[in-house]
Design a protein around this ligand. Sequence first.
Ligand SMILES: [Zn+2]
Length: 580
Amino acid sequence: MNSTIQKMVACIFVTAVFLAASATAGVQTKLPAPDLRYRVEVVSVASGVEWRVALKMTGSAAGLTELELPAKWASRDDLEKGILDFQVAGENVVVEEISDIDDTIKLRRIHHKPGTALAIQYRVIRIGNSDPESQKDAYSPVLNASYFQVIGHGAWVVPRIERNKRLNIAIDWALPAGWSIANSFGVGKTSQAFNTSLQNFRHALYLAGDFRIRSFKVRNQPVYLAIRGDWGFFDENLADLTQRIFQMERDFWNDHSQPFFLVSVIPVGRPLDGPNIGGTALENAFAMFPAPRTQIKDLRHLLTHELLHNWNPARLGGSKEPEQLLYWWSEGVTDFYTQRLLLRSGLNSPEEFASAYSKLMKEYAQSKARNLPNQKIETDFWKDAEVGKLPYQRGMLFATVLDQSLREASNGKASLDDVMRDIFAAAKKPGAKPMDAALLNAAIAKRLGRSYAYEMNRYIENGETIELNDTALGPCFEKKMLAFRAYELGFDIEVTIARRKVAGVVPGSAAYEAGLRDGMTANGWSVFRGDTTRNVEMNVVDGETRKTIKFLPVSKAEIVTPQFYLRTGLDQKVLQNCGR
Ligand SMILES: [Zn+2]
């Protein structure tokens, strides 16, 4: 299950998790907004490095200051394990440990002399191996002997105040000699001061070490690329690609307002046969976690997708909590635009565009999660790999159908592009609310001329199968139905390998029909996972007999799904406009 998650060429945009109103809300509103001064000393230890953090701030005039420690973020619920030796010094300080007010929060209540200076100290240590082995592994602070890469949620102790309140924050870094430094708030500075919200401070990227820093400008605004590891491409090639993608997306949104941006690329995991790519969008930054040997063409999709999160959902007002219920929009519609913009810009060919849809249709047709209600995404997104893919698939298909409806209803004058830009414009206005189904429906209705609530309810909330019609992708592409057999191994490979005994053979499967049976001794095996074109070969001992059992790992029943192809004989003018 994990390997399937890792093979998703996708990311998840997870915003900060903050406590809503609670019994103690009255206390926090009385707290003044303190300025925070952090000092981070990066110290070598046996496992790599650790952070020794000192935080100076003024305690509240009421004599009570609440501090939040790292706890939960994205797929991590163990971030507190990385925080050691938490201490507070100051006049009349008494530290009270508060637990169980909310499982997303780890709190310390500090009683002190009103308005006194507080000096907080703690260490941040690595949870897990010094080199991250998966995206989840990289979601906790990576503290390696030659570099660190930290997402703020895993490292910063902050006062518990209103999430969007802006503060003046300073950080002084004491780094090992020769280390490069970059983070969401600047590049190359070991002494930093900035004004930001606590939410953005935590939802930010911090790195230093043996990174190679490259930069380029888009309309005079700098973008930095921090790369480490050896790749099969030059840093400059990646910088060129990144520059094109930034230009394309900022043009699409007509938004060149960001004065600074950081993209990091670190190898995560072990070299694999296929692309194994993840990433996460953060404040003024995103982090990419490709497997070693990933090729540059496989980074195109990820870069485009991650940067789109800069707007969807971040600049479209964010998603209303629980944000998982809008993943179909924040992830799926983002995937829709990833494909559209790559095609429009010429970074992907029409054939690549069509094959991305064909691949999606095949996966969607085989998905056991396909018809689950939207509610399941809230509960099982991180638990079940197929549920984890569902909002991407469902949202991209829904956006495709919606875009077609908008074009037809307006005789080609309007499209989903207009809806996206309308939401962006509305989100800039004071008092704008985060996105939810009602807000999206209102934005759609304005351009469509009618409510879309019936369709949203049917396909998103209830999870009915979304069908694409013959002209769903526009005049360049044709639809053909394909009958295929799904990959099905027909026995339990994990248990078989662990016990060296064949286990979990499914009666009636290709494995069963070839003669594989539970309990046979497994001496050797050749399995290309997910590949329906290569035989599985099992060297087994059945009683006294040694034999090799070969079979194609495919399902018996055929699945029928649409596939898309570029039409032949299109003239140049039509071809240039396939991305519409
Ligand atoms: Zn994403």
